[in-house]
Design a protein around this ligand. Sequence first.
Ligand code: CMP
Length: 140
Amino acid sequence: MSVERTLSIIKPDATKRNLTGLINAKIENAGLKIIAQKRLQLTRSMAETFYEIHKERPFFNDLVDFMISGAVVVQVLEGDNAVKLNRDVMGSTNPDDAEEGTIRKEFAESIEANSVHGSDSLENAQNEISFFFANIELVN
Ligand code: CMP
């Protein structure tokens, strides 16, 4: 097993319902360490750049509108196989398909308002972490 870092975002549907602590407890109980965290209001330009990979998808504009509809909490998680472990803790993108006990099963409202984002590969994790954090902010 190798120690990895991954980017997590607690999305506006969850911050509005004051779920940051409950979501962080699920992350920590799974063995992941939150080594950096900040609460931000994304600008439209930041959200468009972050989700650029989905630019051609029909849901892109709605996704950007949603991501700037309230505060987000961006965080860096560290642990053994952190990228996959966090994806397992999050559950499927669509909460209807998410497994019992996962964050999305418990908290997500819809496929769009699905409470959390997590990097889907180690390469994307490195890019997404550097989008939000400077190295000096990552303290393990
Ligand atoms: P996330 O992991 O943040 O990555 C892209 C997001 O697009 C995804 O979670 C969903 O919240 C959102 N999204 C909205 N509609 C869809 C859809 N039909 N299929 C996949 N993702 C969607």
